[in-house]
Design a binder for this molecule. Structure first.
Ligand SMILES: [Zn+2]
Length: 109
């Protein structure tokens, strides 16, 4: 797994843990109808926050890998299942050489 994805996953797990902790605390502190509403609010808020962050990260990386490799090339058929990552910069691509740094070294991620 490339370090960016790993860091993102750790961040996501951390947020899930935090929101779970808040929900649990609320369910102890508040009476029934209130704690349910508060838990829902925390859950939806976290969801919204995480989706926004995810979209921003995909927007950052999507420039060349999504439109250049995914929609334009042959990766829709055949190569779709296998994902290659550049060994020197970690960019995901399906080309012979890295579109980001030009390196020929790549690994299957
Ligand atoms: Zn590269």
């Amino acid at each position: 797994m490339d370090p960016n994805a790993k860091r993102f996953l750790q961040f996501q797990i951390m947020w899930i843990a935090i929101s779970l902790g808040i929900s649990l605390a609320l369910s102890f502190l508040l009476p029934f109808p209130l704690n349910f509403i508060a838990m829902l609010g925390v859950f939806l808020g976290m969801n919204y926050f995480m989706r926004r962050r995810q979209m921003r990260m995909m927007g950052m990386r999507g420039g060349d890998s999504f439109f250049g490799g995914g929609l334009g090339g042959s990766s829709m058929f055949g190569q779709q299942a296998v994902e290659y990552y550049c060994m020197s910069c970690g960019t995901k691509h399906n080309q012979r050489s890295c579109p980001n740094c030009g390196s020929n070294m790549k690994r299957i991620g």
